[in-house]
Design a protein around this ligand. Structure first.
Ligand code: SF4
Length: 680
């Protein structure tokens, strides 16, 4: 019996820690830390430490399934793929290519995401391809591209430790990005000022020098209040504004109306404390902003992101070390799935489908005529399925029956499809509705790359064989493309796909498996083989030339409380589970720590309603209702409740609203109105 140690990348959060899978007799039996890894430095969080256990779960999908007489029955690969090819061809012929929608996956590799969007565009002939970045950071991409020209973290994770001031907003960093949370605490121990702005207490807020709690959905108001103080007290970086930006007068005129007192009226934040926080941020030598879905998942998500960018530019905190605007991407490869063009409006490297020259480039390489208009986003596809306009969906590694807003609506829409294909490692809630289920390999069973939240491309390596007949997602896409389109997807391995990615994607031009396998740390942009990648962005020039200020007015959130629905519901995650729980709920220790969902409720509300800790409650919104146990805690303010979304038996997204941010089309998952009643 020989232990083998296979160096690979964690399949959970966007930190992108490397670790070793310990393999004995063909089975992954443990995870061992990698002490030379630049992110983890050998320290793994509880999820990463247990990342081996779900791999050999007894309920992994091992054979294709086809729905017969209303039930999913085992089939062989040829039967399943022939059926998929035949049904997709028929639906395309009868209704056009845009009657088909595809969801790619932030859990899959870059190579697989690249292939799925290529399959959508070059084989099916539609730009209807998207993935769950739409639900978490679509507003980051739109907002930061408008402000800077690039929609990713401006700085790298190791730089966090050296920042003089860190402003964390809408991010439960210690629980959701533990190895970035560690860096924040190290910076604080070094003497950095830590400002946390969040409606909910988090482990990080307990360590903050300044902790401000805003009413959910009022971020533009406190950000404008910050900038009002900075401009009025002469703390803006005038040289940076003059040399590097445009649109300042517009911003100045807008924020002039947001005195700290006015911001207090909207947000509930004490005016003097807001002044202190603004001064601390503006006076720091290097000030870094970390944010996550507390900023993005709003009906004003794009405006929130633009306001964060305004604040950083106003103080000259972009384009230098340990500063910048740093959206913390949630899933392991959500950055990579976006980079690879698994989005309805761009090819890989954010090259626009509507740009004729770009389209011509891809048409030449792929030898295909490609569709020109942007396709449908995740929520738009679901709406179109409900309306009967989208007739077939191919869902790779996503579980909208738990992750998308208004699940009852999602169920009706998926049931309304003529044909649903789901490709996954487990029979998820979405796979249960499919006509064909294709069993895929998990991260430990295939080669490829992920791109973590700081734009670094990381190797994923095969440690064990997939169970039964399961195949890597990239192989399944190629097998299907062959049936529909001859030999245009004749890739022998994931490396061949990466070689095509580098050919057509300028920001990935210098990436290669060979360089990554030598241990080179490559963050994009990495335009050619001579480039060592880019640690922080916008050094002498913004990606768009000049940084652009936007004057943003506060707008109330889409759904406010009223007499019938008097509580604000905000949703999120726990430290112990990942996304829809399909992997982490099969890990004994994590399931033991948090076996089911709960609703956090403020002690004052609980007292008023005579609710006891652990008591079952009924929570209702305009979309549906769930039953869930109360957790009485001061972590949430009065009149606000919090539910983690991982748990199907008390699914938070039954309640959430599908209203979208108009620019990024991200749903407003952080705020909706609910009622809470004791279960009769
Ligand atoms: Fe995995 Fe994130 Fe934990 Fe690192 S911090 S081990 S990437 S879950």
């Amino acid at each position: 019996m020989t232990d083998e140690f296979v160096l690979t990348t964690c399949p959970f959060c966007g930190c992108g820690c490397n670790f070793y899978l310990v393999v004995v007799d063909g089975r992954a039996v443990d995870v061992a830390p990698c002490f030379t890894d630049r992110i983890s430095l050998g320290r793994l969080c509880i999820k990463g430490r247990q990342a081996y256990e779900f791999i050999h779960s007894s309920d992994r999908l091992t054979v294709p399934l086809i729905r017969k007489d209303g039930k999913l029955a085992e089939a062989d690969w040829d039967e399943a793929l022939d059926l998929v090819a035949e049904r997709l061809s028929h639906i395309k012929q009868a209704n056009g290519a845009d009657s088909i929608g595809l969801l790619s996956s932030a859990k899959c590799t870059n190579e697989e995401n690249f292939l799925l969007q290529k399959f959508a565009r070059a084989v099916v002939g539609t730009n209807n391809v998207d993935h769950c970045a739409r639900l978490c950071h679509a507003s980051t991409v739109v907002g930061l591209v408008a402000a800077f020209g690039s929609g990713a973290m401006t700085n790298s994770i190791p730089e966090v430790t050296e920042a003089d001031c860190i402003l964390v907003t809408g991010s439960n960093t210690i629980e959701q990005h533990p190895l970035i949370g560690t860096r924040v605490l190290e910076a604080k121990a070094r003497g950095a000022t830590l400002i946390v702005i969040d409606p909910r207490e988090t482990p990080l807020s307990a360590q903050a020098d300044i902790f401000l709690r805003q009413k959910p959905g009022t971020d533009v108001a406190w950000l404008n209040g910050f900038m009002n103080v900075i401009i009025n007290e002469g703390l803006a970086d005038e040289h940076f504004i003059k040399e590097r930006t445009e649109g300042f007068e517009n911003l100045k005129n807008t924020v002039a109306n947001y005195s700290p007192e006015k911001a207090h009226e909207i947000t509930g934040i004490d005016a003097e404390q807001l002044r202190d926080a603004a001064r601390a941020y503006a006076k720091a030598g290097s000030a870094m902003i970390l944010y996550s879905m507390g900023i993005t998942q709003h009906s004003t998500g794009t405006n929130n992101v633009k306001s964060v960018a305004n604040l950083a530019m106003l103080t000259g905190n972009v384009g230098k070390p340990s500063s910048g605007v740093n959206p913390l991407r949630g899933q392991n490869n959500v950055q990579g799935a976006c980079d690879m063009g698994a989005l309805p409006n761009v090819y890989s490297g954010y090259q626009k489908v509507a740009d004729a020259a770009v389209r011509e480039k891809f048409e030449k390489v792929w030898a295909k005529s490609l569709p020109d208009g942007p396709g449908l986003t995740v929520v738009e596809m679901i709406n179109a399925a409900q309306a009967g306009e989208v007739k077939a969906m191919y869902i790779m590694g996503e579980n909208p029956m738990l992750s998308d807003p208004d699940i009852n609506h999602v169920r009706r829409a998926l049931q309304n499809l003529e044909f649903l294909i789901v490709q996954d490692i487990f029979l998820t809630e979405t796979a249960e509705l499919a006509d064909v289920v294709l069993p895929s390999a998990c991260f430990a069973e295939k080669e490829g790359t992920f791109t973590n939240t700081d734009r670094t491309v990381l190797r994923v390596r095969k440690a064990v064989e997939p169970p039964g007949q399961a195949r890597p997602d990239w192989r399944i896409i190629c097998d299907l493309a062959k049936r529909l389109d001859g030999d245009s997807f004749g890739y022998d391995n994931a490396e061949a796909v990466m070689n095509e990615i580098t050919e057509v994607t300028p920001s990935y031009g210098g990436m290669s498996f060979e360089r990554l396998d030598k241990g080179e740390v490559l963050a994009w942009p990495c335009p050619d083989v001579k480039s060592g990648g880019t640690k922080f962005l916008h050094k002498d020039k913004f990606a768009r030339g000049l940084g652009c200020f936007h004057g943003i007015e506060y707008q109330p959130t889409a759904e406010e409380t009223d007499e019938q629905y008097p509580f604000i519901l905000t949703t999120g995650r726990t430290m112990f589970h990942y996304h829809t729980g399909s992997m982490t709920r099969r890990i004994t220790l994590l399931d033991h720590e948090v076996p089911t969902g709960y609703m956090e409720m403020n002690p004052a509300d609980a007292k008023r309603m005579q609710v006891k800790d652990g008591e079952m409650l009924q929570v209702k919104s305009r979309r549906g209702h769930i039953e869930i146990a109360a957790k009485i805690t001061g972590r949430v303010p009065q009149n606000t409740v919090f539910i983690p979304f991982h748990f199907v038996e008390c699914a938070a997204n039954v309640l959430t609203s599908p209203v979208l941010d108009p620019d990024a089309k991200i749903p407003v998952l952080k705020v909706c109105a609910v009622s809470v009643e004791k279960k009769s």
